[in-house]
Design a protein. Structure first.
Length: 136
């Protein structure tokens, strides 16, 4: 990230080295993980679980992509479900892995899993017993 600055001679070398060490230590590249979990049904409970699952991904060293935590704020599930699924699948294709959470696979989750398989994505099924975090 800072290589261009150093290379062009615009930055103090010591400051550059300090920033590079900080970036490497704390902000090393992480895999982007698609969080596949239920939304419909008990929406309030499922949203809370999705937050917990996202925190688990962070704790495991990943960057969570959890569309159903933010898409409902600007899309209407009842009238724009097809658009939401299309957008979900576009995001999924840009992730390195798909992690599946929850006891039951919803129809939407199955669509996501099918796409992940078609794209050759690594799919990890995470059991509730693996999740150590109780809060996010």
């Amino acid at each position: 990230m800072f290589e261009e600055i150093k290379k062009d001679g615009f930055a103090d070398v010591d400051a550059y080295d300090a920033l590079e060490a900080l970036e490497t230590k704390h902000f090393a590249p992480r895999p982007i993980i698609y969080v596949c979990s239920p939304y419909s049904g008990d929406v309030a409970s499922n949203v809370e679980k999705a937050k917990r699952y996202s925190r688990f991904v962070v704790d495991e060293g990943g960057i969570p992509i959890t569309p159903h935590l933010y898409m409902p704020s600007f899309l209407k599930e009842e009238s724009e479900r097809d658009l939401a699924i299309f957008m979900d699948l576009e995001l999924l294709t840009r992730c390195s892995e798909v992690w599946v959470f929850g006891e039951v696979l919803s129809a939407g989750m199955q669509i996501e899993i099918d796409r992940a398989q078609q794209k050759g994505k690594t799919i990890r099924y995470v059991g509730e017993e693996e999740i150590k975090c109780t809060k996010y």
